[in-house]
Design a protein around this ligand. Structure first.
Ligand SMILES: [Zn+2]
Length: 399
């Protein structure tokens, strides 16, 4: 992760900070990303559009559902949207982009660690909590705004999270929100540990908890509570779960399996799924990183198909897919290219977002600058709650 201050700018030869250079790199990356998509998928370029009345009238807020998917720890354009990368994301390119609004310049100005960055996405504020500590976000999360403003029960907001480190993400420490108002968090690896009663030898590939540091390897736990979640909530017997898990190849596949059970049995209106497989890149093996991207692409498609086939979701669900941040440039002496995200350079900060669902413009790409913190206010505008403490702004092009 990057510990350098957010917004670190390059310096000129005279040593004077050149504030515009990071911004220029972001803009240029966004433009090339836009052009790649235009050429490959024939999408139109969107301008500043005004809200068509049919978009708001399409379905009332009370029926709407939202699924947010964070795209796996970040990937570079060379392995995704650039012509040489598109073969790794066939589902995004062929299924999603023709029916989505795509934003090519979503800039993350916060700390580039996965937990703290995902917490920032969920609060709309650049969080400064320790990435490697089990701490709640400081600002209210989207789940708290959603539940408090709309008086929704705890069963209506859920997070499926990849690792122990994310177990506090559902609920902030903010005094006006916090305990009792957040999302319920499900940690699929905990379920698996509980189901295998600690004899997890055959499942080690599904239990890898983080890819960044050997110094942070929290013990995975599983207990009676998890077994109850499995059987009572998700309606999966321990035996069936163990058998099914044996056919899975990664932690994200496990997460998507659990998310699909949750959609079927609980049908939350606000569901947040954090993918993490791509971050295997930290191990330094390019082939594993590519495999992670391809799998994440396929899992996004699996989720989309599940949404179309579940009566509780079909026709009323908007999907947001976005990475928490990117990865280092090959050209920065301080970075290691695809392997890490430690320089805080413009490439590792300039990500993207894809939005699809009823009332969303299809096959349009927008390249104006926006920020990761715009997600929560946008969800507020879409679902009808007010994200009063979030720093970002609703994305007008979606309304
Ligand atoms: Zn990472």
């Amino acid at each position: 992760m990057s510990l350098s201050p957010p917004g670190r700018a390059r310096t000129t030869r005279t040593g004077i900070p050149c504030a515009s250079s990071a911004r220029e790199v972001s803009r240029s990356l966004a433009r090339t990303r836009r052009d790649f998509l235009r050429e490959a998928a024939g999408v139109a370029i969107g301008g500043t559009l005004f809200s068509p009345s049919w978009a708001r009238a399409a379905s009332s807020n009370s029926r709407k559902k939202v699924v947010v998917v964070t795209f796996g720890g970040g990937a570079r354009d060379q392995e995704t949207f650039a012509p040489e990368g598109q073969e790794n994301i066939p589902h995004l390119m062929r299924e999603f982009i023709p029916q989505a609004s795509f934003f090519t310049q979503v800039v993350n100005r916060g700390i580039l660690g996965h937990y703290v960055a995902t917490a920032s996405l969920a609060t709309g504020v650049y969080e400064t909590i320790n990435n490697f500590a089990s701490l709640p976000p400081q600002a209210p999360t989207v789940f708290e705004y959603f539940r408090k403003d709309l008086k929704r029960p705890s069963s209506d907001a859920w997070v499926v999270a990849p690792s122990n480190g994310f177990n506090r993400i559902g609920e902030s420490s903010h005094r006006s929100y916090g305990p009792g108002l957040g999302a319920r968090v499900i940690l699929p690896k905990h379920l698996l540990m509980a189901a295998t009663s600690g004899n997890s030898g055959d499942y080690q590939h599904l239990l890898r908890d983080n890819y960044e540091t050997p110094y942070y390897a929290p013990e995975l736990e599983g207990n009676e509570f998890q077994l109850q979640q499995l059987e009572m909530l998700l309606k999966v017997s321990v035996d069936d779960f163990r058998a099914h898990a044996q056919a899975l190849s990664s932690p994200d596949e496990l997460s998507v399996y659990i998310a699909r059970r949750l959609m079927r049995e609980v049908a939350p209106s606000l569901l947040w799924i954090t993918m993490h497989d791509i971050d295997v890149a930290h191990a330094g093996a390019y082939s594993l990183y590519i495999e992670g991207i391809r799998r994440t692409d396929r899992l996004c498609s699996d989720l989309w198909k599940a949404i179309q086939s579940e009566p509780e979701y079909a026709g009323k669900t908007t999907v947001f897919i976005l990475p928490d941040f990117g990865r280092d440039s090959d050209n920065d002496a301080g970075g290691n290219g695809f392997q890490h995200h430690r320089t805080g350079d413009a490439l590792s900060r300039t990500t993207w977002m894809l939005v699809a669902g009823p009332g969303i413009r299809e096959g349009v790409v927008f390249d104006r600058e926006m920020e990761s913190t715009d997600l929560v206010p946008t969800l507020g505008a879409m679902l009808g709650f007010s994200a009063t403490l979030a720093e970002g702004k609703p994305i007008g092009e979606l309304f």
